[in-house]
Design a protein around this ligand. Structure first.
Ligand SMILES: Nc1ncnc2c1ncn2[C@@H]1O[C@H](COP(=O)(O)OP(=O)(O)O)[C@@H](O)[C@H]1O
Ligand SMILES: [Mg+2]
Ligand SMILES: [Zn+2]
Length: 283
């Protein structure tokens, strides 16, 4: 190359390097996007054949994006329901319970949850979860648990939240084409994901009759989580000692979850009554 031209190129390059951002803006140069996967440019697909028959693509094996997406969509039913999205631990009120005794129980539940959170690293190490129970409905179990779930999400944890009925229904859905290898595989996939997610929260646990297939599926999920020291949390209207499931299930829950009692008081009904009184004052 001509010496003079070479020098010029150098100067332009140097100037570009020095003022890249400014120049790019001024000259409207769009810098090439930074793809995480250089093989498929984050599309998830790569070309495998291109001939007169056409262009053929397959899932990119380097990033496995498509498979990951498929996997996460299978557990999408286990995302925290929208109605609980704004629940915060800070909004859990202990003054709503009507007696000194029930307020003490509620305060102790709240403090235990806060303590559990402070020591989250330890809980993760041993796979220690929580088991909220009260005989009464509307006592604040799901409220506090969803507040906890939101906090864990904010901390960047992978949290899955589903009622036990949801879980069983999703399992049943995979049976639609029963006895085909595909169906067995689909159910296996689902159970595996429930077993592997970082933190699993099962709301309203223990309400289903302990049929064999239910015992069997819960055992698969809970035992795998137990073996891998993954945190599982529960809310239930049944005290841990009275759960009707297989002993193999309950013994694993007992050894990995702190049992937290909630007051036997229906706060939802109380809030409803107070709102009604308030309304009557104005008519
Ligand atoms: N301690 C509390 N502080 C504030 N609101 C509460 C409290 N306990 C219950 N509630 C209200 O009552 C509703 C029902 O409580 P929930 O947590 O669903 O009861 P359950 O114990 O049956 O899971 C909640 O959505 C919330 O509005
Ligand atoms: Mg509930
Ligand atoms: Zn890729």
């Amino acid at each position: 190359m001509d010496r003079e031209l070479e020098e010029l190129c150098k100067t332009i390059k140097a100037e570009w390097e020095e003022n890249k951002e400014e120049l790019a803006k001024r000259e409207r140069v769009i810098p090439p996007p930074e793809y995480k996967c250089k093989k498929c440019n984050d599309s998830g697909w790569i070309e495998v054949r291109h001939d007169e028959e056409g262009i053929f693509f397959s899932h990119c094996p380097y990033c496995n994006l498509i498979d990951k997406l498929e996997r996460s969509s299978k557990l999408s039913f286990a995302n925290i329901p929208q109605i609980y999205a704004n629940n915060r631990i800070e909004d859990f009120r202990t003054d709503l319970y009507s007696t000194k005794e029930t307020r003490t129980v509620a305060t102790s539940a709240l403090n235990t949850v806060k303590y559990w959170l402070e020591e989250l690293k330890e809980q993760e190490k041993y796979g220690r979860g929580l088991y909220f129970s009260s005989l009464a409905k509307g006592s604040g179990k799901t409220f506090l648990m969803s507040g906890l779930a939101n906090r864990l999400l904010e901390m960047g944890k992978e949290v899955k939240f589903a009622t036990s009925l949801d879980i069983l229904n999703e399992i049943k859905k995979t049976w639609e084409r029963k006895n085909t290898p595909e169906s067995t595989e689909r159910e296996g996939d689902l159970l595996e994901q429930l077993a592997n997610c970082e933190i699993l929260i099962i709301d309203d646990f223990g309400t289903e009759k302990a049929k064999d297939w239910i015992n069997d599926r819960f055992y698969q999920i809970i035992n795998a989580r137990y073996n891998n020291k993954k945190i599982t949390c529960y809310t239930s209207n049944i005290p841990l000692r009275n759960l009707q499931y297989d002993e193999r299930i309950t013994s694993r829950i007992k050894s990995t979850a702190y049992a937290i009692n909630f007051p036997d008081e229906d706060i939802r009904a109380k809030i409803g009554r107070e709102a009604h009184k308030e309304l009557q004052k104005h008519i």
